[in-house]
Write a protein that binds this ligand. Structure first.
Ligand SMILES: Nc1ncnc2c1ncn2[C@@H]1O[C@H](COP(=O)(O)OP(=O)(O)OP(=O)(O)O)[C@@H](O)[C@H]1O
Ligand SMILES: [Mg+2]
Length: 149
């Protein structure tokens, strides 16, 4: 459960609050689409959820954000990395590797997951997402849509 409870946030140096008295609850299994005009604060909300606010972006935060009952001000972003992930609009700006396989296992390698478990999860991911054709490919040889997949 993601709970954002009467949250306001003002980036350091901003003249007024960039998000005002925002409340949202997202339950397990829910898919929520956040829409609104440019600059209204959608990315700000995603930063509250992935905890880059307040741990990376400085500013004044009011209200409370919790993920599965844990107050996000009390933990670091990497503590939540099993639960919270962000997918960028432009895939090229989030690749760390040169090939698809390295990219798929990148998160697991960083968490020090044992090799056999990693292999198993890699296969499972390929099957669930039906991306067999994208195995062992150079990222620069993929189409825009294939990169997003
Ligand atoms: N790092 C920052 N420092 C100061 N102000 C910021 C920063 N990032 C965003 N803002 C301001 O916060 C407000 C909300 O921005 P946000 O990026 O959340 O909008 P958005 O809804 O995601 O817009 P878009 O649809 O254009 O992506 C805007 O007024 C923006 O100028
Ligand atoms: Mg945005």
């Amino acid at each position: 459960m993601i709970e954002i409870d009467h949250v306001s946030f003002q980036y350091s140096g901003a003249e007024k609050e960039n998000l005002q008295d925002f409340t949202l609850q997202i339950s397990k299994g829910e898919c929520v689409v956040l829409t609104g005009e440019s600059g209204c604060g959608k990315t700000c909300v995603t930063r509250l959820i992935n905890t880059l606010i307040p741990h990376f972006y400085e500013g004044e935060l009011k209200g409370k954000i919790s993920i599965d009952g844990v107050d996000t001000t009390t933990i670091q972003p990497h503590d939540l990395s099993d639960k919270i992930g962000s997918v960028f609009q432009n895939p090229r700006s989030q690749f760390f590797s040169l090939d698809t396989d390295s990219e798929i296992v990148f998160g697991m390698e960083n968490k020090g997951i044992p090799y056999q478990t990693m292999l198993q999860r890699y296969q499972q991911t390929i099957q669930e997402l039906h991306i067999e054709k994208l195995q062992n490919r150079n990222l620069f040889d993929l189409s825009g849509g294939q990169k997003q997949k």
